[in-house]
Design a protein around this ligand. Sequence first.
Ligand code: GLY
Length: 327
Amino acid sequence: MDIREAYLNFFASKGHEIIPSAPLVPNDATLLFTNAGMVPFKSIFTGEVPRPTPPIRTSCQTCIRAGGKHNDLDNVGYTARHHTFFEMLGNFSFGEYFKKDAIAYAWEFVTQVLKLPKDRLYVTVHESDDEAFALWEQHIAKERIYRFGDHDNFWQMGDTGPCGPCSEIFYDQGGEHFNTPEDYMGGDGDRFLEIWNLVFMQYERSSDGKLTPLPKPSIDTGMGLERVTAIMEGKFSNYDSSLFMPLIEEVAKLCGKPYAYESGASYRVISDHIRSVTFLLAQGTTFDKEGRGYVLRRILRRAIRHGYLLGIKEPFMYRLVDKVCEL
Ligand code: GLY
């Protein structure tokens, strides 16, 4: 299955306009990079620009989470699910539908299009959100609905901007494969994998921390393409999926040593970072002592350091670019 196409077509069939991915560097001084699918639509959520027709959209947005509020850089290579560069599938409602339809669409897509088994699925809601809890109960047993606080179930794009309580869908990869003390719902382990975040956009946070209601309650969702691809391919790590293995195999060729998961963090770091570096350079970001260019420099340096750990002493990153383009 082409997951991007399946997602976009599903939401198009529900009346959403398909919007191409926006650039990684947003026209927004409050953010280093586009870090979520909603970023290009920020000013529609806040009412600064009028609602489009139709007021519902869907996209597959390239994102970078390195530097700034959502910064996954140090985790990359050492978990099965973090990336500096990734693609986020999303559906957006600018005051058109709200919690009920967002939840119903998500459930339909996950269980009827992706056909993920229901007995592997769990959801979370904000601890104060009885409405979302009751809506989820129409689809899933209440024992599978967890309530968490702001840390897990309140989403915001940055220190300022649109935000709101959220509801996440988790996929249980199985206790037979994951059994560290962190492998419980809400823990940091990889067993319960968050695949989709439904944000009930209700507020705009200003720089003094104040929350002002948005003109209309809205929806912003984000599903990680790499995570869903791994699940659909029966892999326990995003890096084992067809999005990353061809890159990891190229790194293995460059260093002349076969890849093994347990000792393979450096291969994974390089296969992640080459995607960020390639996309950022292609879109015009250049190396710098500060700001976005400094983050780009840090990502490149981290990749090269891991190349050294693998024994690669010559320049090598450029040799992976063709594979990134092909993938
Ligand atoms: N905007 C939703 C998310 O990034 O999870």
